[in-house]
Design a protein around this ligand. Sequence first.
Ligand code: ASP
Ligand code: MG
Length: 402
Amino acid sequence: MLIVQKFGGSSVADAGRIRNVAAIIAESYLEGHEMVVVLSAQGDTTDDLLEKAAELNQAPSKRELDMLLATGEQQSIALMAMALEAMGLPVVSLTGWQAGVRTNTDYSAARINRVNTERLRRELDKKRIVLVAGFQGVNKFDDYTTLGRGGSDTTAVALAAALHADKCQIFTDVQGVYTADPRKVPGAKKLDEITYDEMLELASMGAQVLMNRSVQLAKRYGVELEVLSSLVRAPGTKVKEVSRSMEEMKITGIAKDDNVARVTVMQVADRPGSAFRVLNAVARAGINVDMIIQANGRDGTNDMSFVVAQADAEAAEKVLRQRQPAIGFADISVDKDIAKVSVVGAGMMSSVGIASLVFEALNDEHINIQMINTSEVKISCVIDAASADRAVAAIHRKFFEA
Ligand code: ASP
Ligand code: MG
């Protein structure tokens, strides 16, 4: 079998952890498998590098930032190679460049265009364990690029797809994907399986197990993923197209995202093009929005609210104020004291009453809902930030602990 394994920063944080991971890799290799292993930078290395950059320049060019950040993963692969060498195993470490990971030119948020697998294949044919630096690639100018925070997951899935791997295992510091954050909800259960769509919703809604782009890529190329712990030997969660449990379970999980802010544009003229002008201004500033609602005033105006990432709130307000005369509205308010709680499940489509159960759970706790948004596989509510953990626990009790 050809197996791609990925280990996150906490799994390789120090020499002890590296030895632990080396043992996991060695075990699969000695079973006779071809091994490609993607590593993240150790522990908080990427954050530390960003701090170092900021000491010298508050707004460094993204090219130089990528040049710096790419070194974090390079340390991990070299150190892991040394650990495996010390065990007497044949191993080679490759940077993203050497591994043939070609990206577009979007520094700091690059997308993988293709993976040239010749070198990888050659090393595998020599029966070597191949270690690849995650999170990085090289663009058409032969410059290093990075894929965005958490990007090593995406590297792993891209390599698994390009090499037609039989397995893609994502090792992390939790034992899999849970029905809710197990650190906050003691009754949270580990899921054996989850569909790509459910995982995608959970990943985008604040569950931090997998980078959502890696799940998109896995879905597109049909790469089955397994999320499992590098510290506890136990089966993890499989992410795949059809999950057995789908019919039985109406909802799969609950996620909280408190890194959000609500922007309300007040008294927008009630005429064709208003919503377009508001959202176009925001979109052109490169800001993603979610949960757009429009409330009808009785005076020929509407209030429009939407949710943005907290880091984008000021920029959204600024660009809208700049265009206030062209758009036509009275004022803007930004509220960062909110959280988005999302209930996700592919079984939702076929059963009525899920939404009402969610609202009942919030009502039981006297939590006010500010915004609601639903899709075929998700219900999201915006509530005040202070109630978020209580909301997740209450919804979890309704669905999983009744
Ligand atoms: N080291 C990078 C980060 O911290 C990439 C990764 O961990 O996947 O974002
Ligand atoms: Mg990391």
